[in-house]
Design a protein around this ligand. Structure first.
Ligand code: SOE
Length: 393
């Protein structure tokens, strides 16, 4: 018999919906010691709340997150709100003894990320755990890439190249949603997309960033004020009035990892034709790897000596590949939404075994420290060291 893990999801935008569906699937396929129950959906838009809660099967709904995190019948608080509220909700939930899953980026500032990592460390000592939602770690092919690097199959890393490219801001009439407001989102492509890139580079390489040099750009400086739901799509511009865009549209950075690899990375919402393109390449002394989210079931592998014909395409869908045993026969491919199911399963397994889930808030802080250095470097126009104060070694 599994024990129930009663989940409250805070936020009902794009990520709230992705998590709602992920929990439904995790409940359906999981056979671990914990079984998720969708206890409460919490959101500000009361008009949409009941319908969203019913769609995913939440038992209740509420527009009062502060009350929800205190409830005795909630075990885990899953935060899918804009970055500005992450710290307040996560600190409140941890103090109330709830496990926390927080969407990325962990926080909007390095200071907030430090407080969160500290609070999570203290909570872990009481058996209460916190985790950050870097879902791309849960793509089976990405997990295989990490394993190959850890096993030494690519040798010493020389180059890491990574890019996360979207195009939804190319149209200057796209409205000024919360994602373009630094007060709510903290930053633009930097926190939203480069955060994934930095986490993936850390995860797959097993190394840490030492320093970065970067540029940030806001190509469209004013946009029509938004009306209606503030989301990635389906948001309408209101008539006439415009407001300033206070975040970056795009960023690019060079970096050095602690063990010497060079990194080049980019993130943008202005790469026309690229809807959600995430590519990661690693080149080592004895092998190379390439992952492309648009072909997320595949990993391209080159092994010095063995791969004279070029990269081999490995289809990562075998039952003994990470996360695959619970799904379909080989070749029956998975999609983006499976990453959330895997994330929740890993989190529940860690909670059941009373061990720290990954990525921890300390990982979230390490990524935030890199984003902070990228941002500083764009201002100083020089190389900036990553500030590791508070970052676990
Ligand atoms: C929007 O740019 C977004 O939804 C990100 O916020 C997600 O983290 C990413 O996975 C997809 O794009």
């Amino acid at each position: 018999m599994s024990e129930a893990l009663r989940v409250a999801v805070i936020g009902q935008g794009f990520m709230g919906r992705a998590h709602g569906l992920g929990w439904v699937r995790a409940a359906a396929v999981g056979d671990g010691p914990l079984a998720p129950e969708l206890a409460v959906l919490c959101g500000r838009d009361r008009g949409a709340l009941e319908a969203n809660a019913r769609r995913y099967g939440f038992a209740e709904w509420s527009d009062d997150w502060a009350g929800v995190v205190q409830r005795d019948d909630v075990d885990l608080v899953d935060i899918c709100t804009p970055g500005a509220s992450h710290a307040e909700i996560a600190l409140g939930a941890l103090a109330a003894g709830k496990h926390v899953l927080c969407e990325k980026p962990l926080a909007n500032t390095l200071g907030e990320a430090r407080s969160l990592a500290r609070a999570a460390e203290e909570a872990a000592a009481r058996g209460v755990f916190a985790c950050v939602g870097f879902n791309y770690r849960r793509v089976p092919a990405v997990a295989v890439a990490r394993r190959l690097v850890a096993e030494g199959r690519v040798g010493d890393l020389r180059h890491v190249r990574a890019a996360y490219l979207q195009d939804w801001l190319v149209d200057p009439s796209f409205p000024l949603t919360w994602r373009l407001d630094s007060g709510q989102a903290g930053s633009g492509a930097l926190g939203d997309l480069l955060a994934h890139v930095v986490d993936l580079v850390r995860f797959v390489s097993g190394d840490e960033f030492a320093e970065v040099a970067s540029v940030l750009e806001t190509f469209v400086k004013e946009r029509p004020l938004a009306s209606g739901e503030a989301g990635l799509s389906g948001t309408k511009a209101s008539s006439g009035a415009k407001g300033p865009v206070t975040v970056d549209d795009a960023c690019a950075a060079l970096g050095r990892l602690g063990r010497g690899a060079m990194v080049t990375m980019e993130a943008t919402r202005m790469a026309l034709g690229r809807k959600n393109g995430l590519v990661l390449e690693l080149y080592g002394t004895s092998g190379s790897l390439r992952f492309d989210l648009e072909r997320l079931n595949e990993l391209l592998v080159y092994e010095a000596g063995a791969s004279r014909e070029g990269f081999s395409r490995v289809l990562v869908t075998n039952p003994d590949d990470p996360y695959l045993s619970q799904w379909w026969p080989p070749g029956h491919v998975l999609g983006w939404e499976h990453t959330f199911v895997h994330e929740f399963e890993d989190l529940m397994a860690a909670i059941a075994e009373h061990r720290q889930p990954e990525p921890s808030f300390a990982d979230g802080l390490a990524t935030q420290a890199v984003l902070d250095a990228v941002s500083r470097s764009a201002n100083t126009r020089g190389w900036e060291k990553v500030d590791t104060k508070g970052v676990a070694k």
